[in-house]
Design a protein around this ligand. Structure first.
Ligand code: NAP
Ligand code: MG
Length: 497
């Protein structure tokens, strides 16, 4: 444990101490109600800043600003290569502010500073630069028409319009960037709602977008709680909601869309991702892959490999190896040197993780290691490995969203039956397969019903690889070419010649 509290740099201190506003129509605004909400450092449990506590009224003002900007020729008629340049400049400015943004992520989310820098910031910059190449390539088609006579027919792709983007606290900046960049590339205007717990990096992003040259009102940020998101989902003049978070809130957004204007909805929801280990796997790399797959981000990652299926021949060695890795992890305050795992996001979430794990134990699971919180000012939970599990137990079925791994044993050698077990979840976000036999790996990958599958690596991702879920893990894909289908409408135009 490494819980002594190191301070962030003075630049970050100055940023935290600002009188923060919401970015609406290119200006910093306080909430109409004048209310503020506290921002807490989950590593210390202390209040580090305050931001406006927005409400439906603020959402309405932001929608008007975003609608105005969408209709304004300075954005609507901007040439695609100009949108590319703005995105590239935005990426450059984020890179120039990388240290500050990374520290803000660490203060606000608790993630170790190197993870913020190398994982979250660097990959976000890469994603914006990847996306910056797309505005000039979002083309329609010419279509051969079979109706009598000669025709000229083609499609155009129009930006969907005003988009509200609701993101969670586990990757505050990265989740925002995954959504903002393609929406702006497509010519939409955006209102971002960061999670109530982690609003800070979104505010700096808004400032940098304005500095990059995006016209006022093209990128807005409204801070506040779930009621802000709910107001977005039911607003009659919002064209689309892009959401990442819990399946429960995703469902509420779909309902609100249906009850209002049938706005488009894309969803990145939870997961309970299986990790399948065959007896011929390189066990050393499987063990470190399993540990990284569940303990990265303190397990607060939607693709976390939380459900391991290990073949009977290797089950004991996997359990023992992952437990040893769990005990060796340097858990602590994200600013401290060498820390590998930070705190959970909040006291409420710590209670949730702890009570879900305890429920598993009451149902008969054994705690191989961990299974308790670490007493400190912050919200730390021990890296945990559970065994003696049955498929119907809540810890095997439900997303815990914490550093809690369930390891199950399989005795079967039939690929179809192993796949059926791995697929027996309401989720279908990610999976990984560990074997030296690539025939087995690719056959298994074909049978797994999930959006992202790693072979001999749990987390696989790239700006160019589509990401999203089967079943209740979501609707639509982010990243890669496919994300643009979420932000564009197709228009068919035809004329007899
Ligand atoms: P959540 O409630 O789904 O929060 C995600 C975002 O939705 C936040 O910005 C939240 O705002 C907003 N929101 C809340 N209620 C809303 C509503 N009725 N309409 C529109 N937006 C709304 O997630 P959570 O409560 O923080 O976490 C609960 C569980 O969700 C976790 O334990 C985990 O299982 C899952 N989760 C998944 C992901 C993921 O990456 N897939 C991320 C986070 C959480 P406020 O934060 O201001 O309430
Ligand atoms: Mg919530």
């Amino acid at each position: 444990m490494n819980l002594q509290l190191r301070s962030p740099s003075s630049a970050t201190g100055e940023f935290l101490a600002r009188r923060h506003g919401m970015m609406i129509g290119g200006e910093w605004k306080q909430a109409v109600s004048g209310q503020l909400c506290d921002v807490i450092d989950p590593g210390s449990g202390k209040i580090v800043a305050q931001v406006p506590n927005g409400s439906a009224e603020d959402v309405d003002i932001a929608v008007r600003a975003a609608r105005g900007a969408f209709e304004n020729p300075s954005w609507r008629a901007m040439k695609p290569n100009e949108r590319s340049k703005l995105l590239w400049r935005f990426a450059d400015l984020i890179e120039a502010n990388l240290d500050l943004l990374a520290e803000i992520e660490t203060v606000n989310n608790g993630m170790p500073l190197p993870v913020a820098k190398v994982g979250h910031l660097a990959s976000s910059i890469d994603l914006i630069r990847y996306t910056a190449g797309w505005p000039t390539k979002l083309t329609g088609e010419t279509i051969p028409v079979s109706a009598p006579g000669e025709w000229h027919a083609y499609t155009l792709r129009d930006p969907i319009g005003v988009v509200c983007q609701i993101v969670p606290w586990n990757g505050p900046l990265m989740m925002a960037v995954w959504k903002i960049a393609p929406a702006l590339a497509a010519g939409c205007t955006v209102i971002l709602k960061p999670a109530e717990q982690t609003p800070l990096s979104a505010l700096l992003l808004a400032e940098l977008a304005l500095e990059a040259g995006f016209p006022k009102g093209v990128f807005n940020v409204v801070t506040g709680g779930g009621s802000v998101g709910a107001a977005m989902a039911s607003h009659p003049d919002v064209d689309k909601i892009a959401f990442t978070g819990s399946t429960q809130v995703g469902r509420a957004i779909v309902t609100a869309s249906a009850a209002s204007n049938l706005k488009r909805v894309s969803l990145e929801l939870g997961g309970k991702s299986p990790v399948i280990i065959f007896p011929d796997a390189d066990l050393e790399s499987a063990i470190s892959g399993v540990a990284a797959g569940i303990f990265s981000g303190a397990g607060q990652i939607c693709t976390a490999g939380s459900r391991v299926y290990a073949h009977r021949d290797v089950f004991d060695r996997i359990v023992e190896g992952v437990a040893t890795a769990a005990e060796a992890l340097n858990v602590g305050y994200g600013f401290n040197e060498g820390v590998q795992m930070g705190p959970l996001i909040s006291s409420a979430h710590l209670d949730r993780v702890s009570s879900m794990t305890n429920a598993g134990v009451r149902e008969g699971a054994t705690v191989v290691t961990g299974g308790e919180q670490i007493s400190s000012e912050g919200y730390f939970y021990k890296p945990t490995v559970l065994a003696s599990l049955r498929p119907d137990m809540s810890v095997v079925k439900e997303e815990i969203f914490g550093p809690v791994l369930s390891v199950l044993r399989y005795d079967d050698d039939d690929l179809d039956r192993i796949a059926t077990e791995a697929n027996s979840s309401v989720y279908g976000l990610a999976a990984s397969i560990w074997t030296r036999d690539f025939k087995v790996a690719h056959k298994m990958a074909a049978r797994i019903r999930a959006g992202t599958i790693g072979i001999n690596r749990h987390f696989v991702g790239d700006s160019a690889l589509p990401f999203g879920g089967f079943r209740q893990s979501g609707w639509g894909r982010e990243r890669g070419r496919e994300v643009f289908d979420s932000y564009l409408e197709t228009k068919s135009i035809a004329s007899p010649l």
